[in-house]
Design a protein. Structure first.
Length: 499
């Protein structure tokens, strides 16, 4: 973005139209680039004088300053001095006080004495005294990413971003709505999706609409334009607060806004630290639910909402949506609550306790899970358990009273997967031809063979080979069933002992 003092807009007809640079301004952008390239090794003050000279010939001095503002970020300025400036000042001032400087001769004496202390000449001390002042710093490196045409494009994008900083609302239609909504969520902007006669539009709350506008939100808001302009077709309308006057800004893919280096905002893994931490801890539990980020949109009356997550039950076609309500403005909270009125799908809502709307969410037949700073995974697990119990009961009812697996040895997990149900659903089923040992079903004949082959005093590794040949993984449960325990001998292994 540019600074607001460099904003160039036209208010003709009551609108708010950024004055973009065009092909005719390419020579000017080339001159500004050349000015920076030609002043490498020179003080900033000389560069500033050269840029001021360019302003006198430019159609608008703000153009020169806008180009320079962008190139400033590509530049490295450093103090260059024989003696560290702060050290030179400290010693020189001490000597000046000791000498009692009242004339040039006294000043030269103080500089000479400072040089003696710092093993430097008086001239070196004088050059070092204020070398770290901004105007005296040296342009040591200039490595621009842009050629003249690209600089014009980057300027136009930055100009539009600056104009949007005073927006109260942004309405966008895009040929790539998924990327747009994904960017909105990752930038943690307040938004809603409205259905229109010919599709949908994303409505984003602007920084100027907040009770207390923050630069952080405004910067994130402006960054959204990087994703918008990447779509093949798009149209944007913004309501601008122009010093108390409401104006409308309109942009589209017809405007020169294909700035270089404007990769869409999609590299962030999560919208917030709260989401990232929750997802990490939930996945680590290994439950019967798959966590899905940014699932399909939900119909909410004339609007659409995209929850932050969904939980897919692994053993049935069943989904529970999960929305996280962070600290938002009261108006935005009301919008979210009104959306929940018309959502018929199963929905869990984690709500920041400071909002105080947990009862309002519950009244809308959705489960409210209060949180502060972090979402308690146990609370979400408990909420999912209610659905899980119903799903287990339904799948259990579809199973026969008895199951006879073909294999001599099979784990409950594999058997449940074969029947498309959870392990809990198959828990109470009868297995007339197998004995359940731990979490494994084993035919009695296999147990008899193992009992004949295992003896007191055998090495644990040898017994492990026997169990592996029988395709049994749960060694401890089988050994316990056969009346043995393991006498461990450190890293050297263990010995089987009769209990």
């Amino acid at each position: 973005m540019l600074t607001k003092d460099l904003l160039r807009v036209s208010r003709a007809g009551g609108g708010y139209h950024p004055q973009f640079a065009g092909r005719t301004h390419r020579p000017l952008s080339a001159r500004v680039l050349g000015t920076y390239q030609g002043h490498v090794g020179n003080p900033r003050s000389e560069l500033q004088i050269a840029l001021a000279d360019l302003e006198t010939d430019a159609p608008d001095f703000k153009l020169v300053r806008g180009f320079a503002k962008l190139l400033e970020r590509e530049s490295t300025f450093e103090p260059q001095a024989p003696v560290p400036p702060e050290r030179a000042r400290n010693v020189a001032f001490e000597e000046a006080e000791a000498v009692g400087v009242t004339c040039d001769a006294d000043r030269e004496t103080a500089l000479r004495r400072a040089g003696d202390r710092l093993d430097a000449s008086p001239e070196d001390i004088e050059r070092s005294l204020y070398a770290d002042l901004e105007e005296r710093q040296i342009l040591t490196n200039f490595d621009s990413r842009w050629n003249p045409d690209e600089l014009v494009s980057q300027y136009n994008l930055s100009l539009a971003q600056t104009a949007l900083f005073d927006a109260t609302e942004l309405r966008v239609r895009s040929a790539d709505p998924k990327a747009l909504v994904s960017a909105v969520k990752r930038l943690r902007l307040m938004y809603e999706i409205r259905k229109t006669s010919d599709g949908r539009e994303v409505v984003v709350t602007g920084p100027d609409a907040l009770f207390r506008a923050t630069r952080r939100y405004g910067t994130r808001f402006a960054r959204l334009l990087r994703t918008v302009v990447k779509a093949d077709e798009w149209h944007l309308t913004a309501t601008i607060d122009d010093h108390g006057t409401e104006r409308e800004l309109t942009l589209s893919d017809a405007d020169p806004l294909n700035g270089p280096g404007t990769d869409p905002v999609s590299e962030l893994a999560f919208d917030s630290e709260v989401e990232r931490e929750f997802a990490t801890r939930f996945d680590a539990l290994g439950l019967d639910w798959n966590l899905v980020r940014e699932p399909e949109p939900l119909e909410a009356g004339s609007r659409v909402m995209i929850p932050d997550f969904a939980f897919d039950y692994r053993h049935a076609d069943f989904r529970v949506f999960f929305e996280i309500m962070g600290f938002w403005t009261p108006e935005y909270v009301e919008k979210k609550l009104s959306q929940l009125d018309t959502v018929a799908d199963e929905l869990l809502v984690a709500v920041d306790e400071s909002l105080g709307v947990g009862e309002a969410i519950t009244a809308r037949d959705h489960k409210a899970i209060p949180y502060s700073d972090r979402i308690r995974v146990k609370d979400v697990r408990d909420a999912l358990r209610r659905y899980e119990e119903e799903l287990v009961a339904e799948s259990r009812a579809s199973l026969p009273d008895e199951i006879v697996p073909e294999a001599d040895v099979v784990s409950l997990a594999d058997l449940a997967a074969d029947h498309g149900v959870s392990e809990d659903a198959i828990e109470d089923t009868a297995f007339p031809e197998h004995e359940r040992v731990g979490r494994t079903l084993i035919r009695p004949g296999v147990l008899d063979e193992l009992a004949d082959g295992i003896e007191d005093g055998m090495g644990y590794s040898e017994v492990g080979n026997l169990l592996s040949d029988a395709e049994i993984d749960d060694a401890s449960a089988v050994l316990s069933r056969l009346g043995y325990t393991v006498e461990w001998e450190g890293l050297s292994g263990g010995t089987i002992r009769k209990r």
